[in-house]
Every structure is written in structure tokens, then in C-alpha cells.
Design a protein around this ligand. Structure first.
Ligand SMILES: [Zn+2]
Length: 67
């Protein structure tokens, strides 16, 4: 049985170039650009001063917990 999802079309993230089908995140930089969820997390972490290496680790952890 497939859950009825609000129709989300695949989109390409302008930040990392990845095609994603998850609910997009709105960029904090301009409030309109739609990013993939990963980049949304990256921006959020960046805004609180988390370095790129740590951002990667956190995103990997999130993916692992979703698998
Ligand atoms: Zn992205």
C-alpha cells in the first residue's frame, strides 16, 4: 500500500546539483530558493557555526537513521 503523498516532483538542488524528491527546504539566504533537505540541514548547521566536516558527519548520521 502506498501512502498518499502530496505530489512532489523531483527537483534539482541548485546548491549541490542533486535530484531529490523529498520535501524541499527553503534557503535561509534569500527565503525563496528551494534546496534539497540535505542542503537545508547544511545551511541550518552553517548558521550556527558548524564546520563543513561536522555538517557532513551529521548528515550521514541522519541518513543512517532514515535507512
Ligand atoms: Zn542540495
Amino acid at each position: 500500500m502506498k501512502k498518499k503523498d502530496s505530489a512532489i516532483k523531483p527537483a534539482v538542488c541548485p546548491r549541490c546539483g542533486k535530484t531529490y524528491t523529498e520535501r524541499p527546504s527553503v534557503s535561509r539566504n534569500d527565503g525563496t530558493t528551494l534546496l534539497c533537505p540535505d542542503c537545508g540541514i547544511r545551511e541550518a548547521l552553517e548558521s550556527i557555526g558548524v564546520c563543513a566536516a561536522e555538517q557532513k558527519q551529521i548528515i550521514e548520521l541522519i541518513h543512517r537513521s532514515q535507512a
